[in-house]
Design a protein around this ligand. Structure first.
Ligand SMILES: C[S@@+](CC[C@H](N)C(=O)[O-])C[C@H]1O[C@@H](n2cnc3c(N)ncnc32)[C@H](O)[C@@H]1O
Length: 209
């Protein structure tokens, strides 16, 4: 299976994606609302959240954050300023509250061992330095805390459609990785369940040991 190497110019990679999101933030918001399968993948995280203090990294349009804010002490961090503004507007309109800020997963503005659960959907493949991102997630999680992650990887049975979909993500610029070595490097216990896209969309539940 072909996985993607880290881009050489990491900052450039992040800035390029960021410009794309800034241009298409409103379109993306509508697309998420119109795509039942996308919402299904995101909602698959909800039953696995544990504890009260929850961080969503890279919340994008804020579809999940708006649900999390109803139940948890919720924090959100995203690199894109426009997504941050959009989410603040949505929260203000509904009277919900959440601690929302702009920032980079590779240097998060939170104390060590602060969160019970981290939620991260369709975003890890946008991080140029997976090791740094995972190390930061590990740092801000409490012992026995969880990362509940949805992202793209090859289907385990290598069915043709699933492989094609995974390759399409790679062709679009995403950094599809084998997550197992990364989880192992940080000594996470984890499960990996295929939840859609012909096995190309994976739900990972990890526990910090
Ligand atoms: C494909 S979108 C996913 C958004 C949302 N989680 C979803 O599932 O619809 C990727 C998100 O990652 C964010 N992102 C990219 N690089 C980031 C970084 N280095 N730190 C934090 N967020 C980042 C983008 O701004 C964008 O919101």
């Amino acid at each position: 299976m072909n996985y993607v190497n880290k881009p050489k110019e990491r900052e450039q990679f992040t800035e390029q994606f960021d410009r794309f999101y800034t241009t298409f933030a409103r379109v993306y918001d509508v697309v998420v609302k119109l795509m039942p399968f996308w919402k299904r993948w995101l909602n698959a995280t909800l039953p696995h959240i544990q504890g009260q203090r929850v961080l969503e990294i890279s919340f994008g349009t804020g579809y999940l954050m708006m649900q999390l804010a109803k139940q948890y002490e919720v924090y959100g961090l995203d690199y894109n300023e426009r997504f941050v503004t959009m989410l603040r507007e949505k929260l203000a309109q509904t009277g919900l509250s959440a601690n929302v800020r702009q920032g980079n997963v590779e240097a998060m503005p939170y104390e060590d061992g602060y969160f019970d659960t981290i939620v991260n959907t369709m975003a890890f493949t946008a991080y140029p330095n997976g090791e740094k991102a995972m190390s930061e997630m590990h740092r801000v999680l409490k012992k026995n805390g969880r990362i509940v992650m949805v992202d793209v990887d090859y289907p385990s049975d290598l069915n043709r459609m699933g492989v094609l979909i995974t390759k399409a993500w790679i062709a679009g610029g995403d950094i599809v990785r084998d997550m197992e070595p990364l989880f192992k490097q940080f000594e996470f216990e984890y499960t990996d369940e295929e939840i859609g896209g012909f096995g190309s969309v994976h739900l990972y539940i990890t526990k910090k040991c």
